[in-house]
Ligand binder design. Structure first.
Ligand code: DGI
Ligand code: FE
Ligand code: FE
Length: 198
């Protein structure tokens, strides 16, 4: 399937609750704006934003069933915190049932909750836009939005750091990919390649 904003928007509107659809539009708008600002493809950013949470409202048992059937379980923690699976379930669904063949958009959808080491700019954009879309409201959100505007890679590092702190404060288990993503982004900053892709 060629990337068609209207098709993906209609799909999201059909599958999601009103509230989740509103969040989805917020992510799509903000990701598109950041993409323009950083010289990335705004259509891809909008499309990935529109479909990133497509599997979020499937009951958790169903998400786990799909993840097992489609071989998407990679870490023991995936089953312990199965609500982190909805990105990879959505990406598989979009690729295999809707014929979406844009590898970057699929990766951005798959990795929007946990990230991964070596994220491309579109993956960083969706991970971060998801956390900082206009409806999000927490004390540090304006700081994170500004950081993302200034430098996508540094801003994404700040977003992952925020997620780590939030999970630690809530005494929730840290998924290995969240920690690996943080370590990778920090290493990229310290070896001085930080702004190349931002
Ligand atoms: O789907 P959204 O709510 O829009 O946002 P999301 O896909 O980023 O999911 C957010 C949830 O994912 C939030 O409850 C925190 C959780 N999460 C992210 N990283 C980790 C995590 N949960 C655990 N246990 N461990 C993680 O490393
Ligand atoms: Fe999500
Ligand atoms: Fe989301």
């Amino acid at each position: 399937m060629k990337l068609q904003v209207e098709v993906l928007r209609d799909l999201a509107a059909r599958v999601l609750s009103e509230e989740r659809f509103r969040h989805t539009l917020g992510v799509a708008d903000w990701a598109e704006e950041l993409a323009h600002h950083h010289g990335l493809d705004p259509v891809r950013a909008r499309c990935a934003g529109l479909v990133h949470d497509l599997a979020k409202e499937i009951p958790i048992k169903g998400q786990l069933r799909y993840a097992r059937r489609w071989n998407l379980l990679k870490y023991p923690e995936d089953e312990l915190s199965p609500y982190v699976l909805h990105g990879s379930v959505a990406a598989y669904w979009l690729e295999h049932y809707y014929g979406l063949d844009d590898a970057e958009v699929l990766a951005a959808v798959a990795n929007h909750t946990l990230g991964r080491p070596g994220m491309c700019p579109l993956e960083m954009l969706i991970y971060s836009a998801d956390l900082t879309e206009p409806d999000r409201d927490f004390p540090k959100v304006d700081f994170l939005r500004q950081s993302l505007y200034d430098n996508l890679e540094k801003g994404t590092l700040a977003c992952v750091e925020h997620t780590l702190l939030y999970l630690k404060e809530g005494k929730r288990p840290i998924h290995p990919l969240t920690q690996l993503t943080f370590d990778d982004l920090r290493r990229r900053q310290t070896i001085g390649t930080g702004s190349k892709n931002a």
